[in-house]
Ligand binder design. Sequence first.
Ligand code: TMP
Length: 212
Amino acid sequence: MFITFEGIEGSGKTTQIKHVAEFLKRRGHDCIITREPGGTKIGEKIRSILLDPRSKDMDPLTELLLYIADRSQHINELVKPLLTEGKTVLCDRFYDATMAYQGFARGLYINLIKRLNKLILEDLKPDITILLDLSPEIGLSRAWKQIDKGTRESIETRFEEERLSFHKKVREGYLELARLEPERFRVIDGSMDENQVQEEIIKILLESDIVK
Ligand code: TMP
């Protein structure tokens, strides 16, 4: 089973994914958490280039191709082999992030992104995608508080430093993707407190028949 988690900065994905893994492990799933960008040694190197605030002059196409390169490594080295072994893979961001950030927010051609994703993914698709939706004002303020407290990497702030209008486009992009694929997406109000969000996700997983 392949479950992906999406949302803007500060939406709580990384916290919730850990709760979901604990819940699924208790129900006997062999669960692995991974992330994009990252998840492999090569991917973590690509991640540091992508998220470093000193990479602020990065050309949008370079950015897109680095995310695609990271994904190609990640799915071939890690995700596909794990799924073949029957593991449950929980992934913190996947191809919807490229559509929302590089497509809707940066304004690169959606069709180009779709074609690149198709090239590397072949028939791989998440069984379910949890979208934690909230306003960028709340999300960014949470993200910066975590950075100030040191619970979020201060060397990975290139996207947090983007303008509010950029994050608004990311949010709208995600919501549009969810509207286009209602059978795969589940949208949850990410502004609720941590426990409420957790309960909501678990309810959805139990209802979806994906989790036994
Ligand atoms: P995160 O691991 O803290 O969520 O940071 C990853 C950042 O990378 C986040 O700002 C979203 C961005 N991103 C893209 O722009 N495109 C992508 O395809 C992915 C996977 C992430």
